[in-house]
Design a binder for this molecule. Structure first.
Ligand SMILES: [Cu+2]
Length: 213
């Protein structure tokens, strides 16, 4: 059988198999970004949100079973290939090792690859948090492992605390409930995300510290 006849036969089968609005979906035509684009995070740490794409056919229906290849300009993705699930979605975990990273997702025959752009930076080693009436600013802080976070009270005589509520065990020591011109510091030797709140204003004042590489 000639190559030309094989192609005609294959096209005919595909058209029959995916005709109309019922499943199965047609062969994949394109990828759509489903999540994880334009994140800012720290060098050599997995981005908080995995990168994900959805394979769609000519009618926009999700296509399962498509092997997606992820290509990075720096850093790395794990895995470098992933297969779309029953919802047509493939994901990968991404890490950055430069200021700007471009990740592309594609499969053989795709019209044009999808690209993600991520921003990397070095994590701070001594970040500060302001304690005011009634918020921690910034609410979410990142620190390099082994670094120290310092909270500075800017709340006059109104009392607040830094009271840990979650994170890798053992939790760090809490601050006193205090006001005036004062500070409190915690050094973080363990990777992970810690949550804390003010014991006086537990619903108004919450925060987190994420310890990264
Ligand atoms: Cu408070």
């Amino acid at each position: 059988m000639t190559t030309k006849r094989v192609i005609v036969l294959a096209a005919g089968v595909a058209a029959w198999a995916c005709n109309g609005s019922t499943q199965p979906a047609c062969p994949p035509l394109d990828l759509l970004k489903s999540g994880g684009d334009a994140q800012s995070w720290y060098f050599n740490n997995p981005l908080p949100t995995p990168l994900s794409v959805t394979a769609i056919d000519v009618s926009g229906r999700p296509v399962p079973g498509v092997v997606v290849t992820w290509t990075v300009t720096s850093g790395g993705v794990n895995p470098a290939q992933s297969t779309t699930n029953a919802s047509g979605v493939a994901t990968t975990i991404d890490s950055i090792s430069s200021t700007i990273q471009t990740v592309s997702a594609s499969f053989p025959g795709i019209q044009s690859a999808v690209t993600f752009t991520e921003i990397g930076s070095a994590p701070p080693t001594t970040p500060g948090v302001s304690v005011t009436n009634t918020a921690f600013t910034p609410r979410d802080t990142a620190v390099k492992i082994g670094g120290t976070v310092t909270w500075t009270w800017n709340s006059g005589t109104i009392l607040h605390s830094v009271t840990y509520t979650g994170g890798p065990a053992p939790l760090p020591a809490d601050s006193p409930t205090q006001g005036g011109v004062t500070t409190f510091s915690t050094t973080f030797p363990t990777l992970g995300r810690y949550t804390y709140r003010c014991s006086v204003h537990p619903t108004l004042m919450t925060g987190s510290v994420t310890v990264v590489h």
